[in-house]
Design a protein around this ligand. Structure first.
Ligand code: FES
Length: 89
């Protein structure tokens, strides 16, 4: 597959899942996803168009956020940083 074709395919692809880093909080995941535990069991997310995944590690309902981050005053901000291009082939 040529590099140009790969670039075209990547640019043409529309994301089906959106993950938003919430300020000082969880990852908000929107879209059709499958969430699998360490044993390969799948969470039933039927009827949930979006979920919040714990980013602080303090939730008692991990992998889901239960709001503990706010009560504990957990702080973390994240923004994209430039990444080095990866050579193909
Ligand atoms: S991010 Fe909310 S409890 Fe961890």
């Amino acid at each position: 597959m040529s590099e140009e074709l790969v670039v075209e395919q990547v640019e043409a692809a529309k994301p089906s899942v959106k993950i938003t880093v919430r300020p000082n909080g969880p990852f908000r995941v929107e879209g059709l996803i499958e969430l699998v535990d360490v044993n390969g069991q799948v969470w039933d997310l039927t009827g949930k168009p979006a979920i919040s995944l714990c980013r602080c590690g303090l939730s008692s309902k991990r992998p889901f956020c239960d709001g503990t981050h706010g009560r504990e005053g957990w702080k973390c901000d994240a923004s994209p940083v430039p990444v080095e291009p990866v050579a193909l082939g």
